[in-house]
Design a protein around this ligand. Structure first.
Ligand code: NAD
Ligand code: DAU
Length: 361
């Protein structure tokens, strides 16, 4: 039986992962640690909150004392580190918290894992760890930077991140790698492409467009809308993380992607058409500074070496996802309030008329 510390388990991917794991491995203990920032939402987890193998703890991964206590109390043997500031636009506005959470937070977790997992507690440089322990860092394809019209991200490429967000994630990858090289701490890193699916915070492209469409608000498309992302259903991401957790070779990095490249405009038009709205809702707005043009993943390492493959086709996945948002308007309403609206105002209210991104209710 594993005792897994899932950090950031109240966010979009983390909450999907917690539910996936409780179902797939009913004998595992899942300890979800989340600081409940604007992006953390316990409503995502209400259907499993009384599962006897699930514990939620509100805590910040930067809090060394608290992390130590949690490792001790729950005898943690596995970490899956989802906790992060995850939104590129916010990182351009306020980079600092991206560095403290995404880099320092990761380092605090690494130190705590090293302390609790090493065989000889008195040896600072002990490279021997308890059987079966692993630190799994959830990274992103954005650490590779951007691609031109052709080519794919492969795991051996240099890291060339362009936004404060992706730079913070790349820094975290490097410190995780260093703990493996220097101290022998067992680890894997996964680098996934853009996720979509239920419970995604409506600051990200797909839920933002669905929500705005439903309210007949303008749909803010950055620049010319021809940027390309490789979309993967969150369920397939969770499955891939589970596979890496169990089968990943020590110290290895695995890309995760769905071979599913779409331009932003294609995505926006698909949502408009599915919801029966008019394309006149589209508003081309000022581009994101440093906007990466294209991401695309070579997923052959995880598919050939670990046997993972995505289950969803994009057509099925997006249809199901749009329906989920239609069936869960209350969830969106609860989320799109308070702090998020303040942020939304800040991001979109100072844009000139022809760049107007969205109108508030
Ligand atoms: P999210 O913003 O929805 O969730 C992040 C969670 O982390 C929230 O619940 C938040 O409360 C928590 N958190 C933030 N700071 C914390 C701190 N200091 N201590 C404890 N908890 C904290 O993000 P997401 O989209 O679910 O992404 C999860 C992870 O996956 C991130 O590491 C992100 O970089 C990575 N990732 C995301 C995508 C994507 O498309 N969304 C793709 C690849 C990788
Ligand atoms: O590639 C993986 C990454 O995908 C993750 O690491 C990040 O955590 C996640 O946020 C996501 O980053 P992106 O910047 O690609 O996602 P976002 O949903 O913010 O934007 C997707 C694309 O849509 C991007 O090219 C910017 C564009 N966009 C986004 C918004 C919110 C718009 O044109 N208009 C918008 O209003």
């Amino acid at each position: 039986m594993k005792k897994i510390l899932v950090t950031g388990g109240a966010g979009f991917i983390g909450s999907n992962f917690v539910k996936y794991m409780l179902k797939k491995h009913p004998d595992y203990k899942i300890i979800n640690v989340d600081a409940l920032t604007y992006a953390g939402n316990l409503e995502n987890l209400k259907d499993i909150s009384d599962n006897k193998n699930y514990t939620f703890i509100k805590a910040d991964i930067r809090d060394r004392k608290k992390m130590d206590e949690i490792f001790f109390t729950y005898e943690i043997d596995t970490v899956v580190n989802f906790a992060a500031e995850s939104h590129v636009d916010r990182s351009i506005e306020e980079p600092e918290v991206f560095l403290t959470t995404n880099v320092i937070g990761t380092q605090v977790l690494l130190d705590t894992a090293k302390k609790h997992w090493k065989i000889n507690p008195d040896d600072k440089y002990c490279r021997k760890y308890k059987e079966g322990v692993k630190f799994l860092q959830i990274s992103t394809d954005e650490v590779y930077g951007e691609l031109g019209k052709t080519g794919l991200f492969v795991e051996t490429m240099p890291l060339l991140p362009n936004s404060p967000y992706s730079a913070s994630k790349a820094s975290a990858d490097l410190i995780v790698r260093a703990y493996n090289e220097t101290y022998g701490l067992p680890m894997n890193i996964t680098r996934c492409s853009n996720n979509y699916g239920p419970y995604q915070f409506p600051e990200k492209l797909i839920p933002l467009m669905i929500n705005n469409c439903l309210k007949d608000r303008d749909l803010p498309v950055y620049g010319d809308g021809m940027q390309i992302r490789d979309w993967l259903h969150v369920y397939d991401h969770c499955q891939a993380v589970d596979v890496v957790l169990h089968k990943g070779a020590d110290g290895e990095v695995y890309n995760i992607g769905g071979n599913n490249e779409k331009t932003n405009l294609e995505i926006v038009k698909l949502i408009i058409n599915t919801l029966g709205k008019s394309e006149s809702l589209i508003k081309f707005v000022k581009d994101r500074p440093g906007h990466d043009r294209r991401y695309a993943i070579d997923n052959s390492k995880i598919t050939t070496q670990l046997g993972w493959a995505p289950e969803y086709t994009f057509e099925e996945g997006i249809k199901e996802t749009i329906q989920w948002y239609l069936d869960n308007t209350e969830w969106i309403e609860n989320v799109v309030s308070g702090d998020y609206m303040k942020y939304y105002d800040k991001m979109y209210s100072n844009i000139s008329n022809e760049e107007v991104a969205a109108t508030k209710e």
